[in-house]
Design a protein around this ligand. Sequence first.
Ligand SMILES: Cc1cc2nc3c(=O)[nH]c(=O)nc-3n(C[C@H](O)[C@H](O)[C@H](O)COP(=O)(O)O)c2cc1C
Length: 160
Amino acid sequence: MTEAPADGERTLLVVHHTPSPSTRELLEAVLAGARDPDIVGVRVRTVPALGATVPDVLAADGYVFGTTANFGYMSGALKHFFDTVYYPCLDAIAGRPYGLWVHGNNDTAGAVASVRKLVTGLALAQVTQDLEVTGPIDAQVRERCYELGATVAVSVSQEV
Ligand SMILES: Cc1cc2nc3c(=O)[nH]c(=O)nc-3n(C[C@H](O)[C@H](O)[C@H](O)COP(=O)(O)O)c2cc1C
């Protein structure tokens, strides 16, 4: 069930497919940034892509999407998410901010392009550069993930 936010609080929904330790590490860094103590009035909800629902999306004020690159596309799990929510949410969430991270072994371009097509269709507002990560996770990557989460959370907090 989607828990109601406290009065005046906004919700950042993090929808992710994280099937490995390294992708989990990226998620944790994004969440840490989104929950930066200096960002007030934003509740961060995290939901695996295979469990995210239309009410989850409608109830949120902004989004971070995270996925692996699979065969030159977003993961099947994130694709399933968009298949589920796209038409029910079309027109209802236009203008809300989003961020995206993609992890792959060597080529994330197709995965990024596939998500871009959908967020463009949904008319979401890109508030930070897409984060493409290949290979092992280091401190610099964790920092970029933190910044991604924090930037989207700040946008959510400032939305009118
Ligand atoms: C079926 C499959 C397809 C994949 N396709 C791509 C791909 O097109 N591009 C890429 O960069 N990595 C690809 N990968 C690698 C995954 O993106 C990578 O395993 C995932 O991000 C998790 O990273 P890790 O195994 O280092 O934890 C693929 C992996 C699998 C299992």
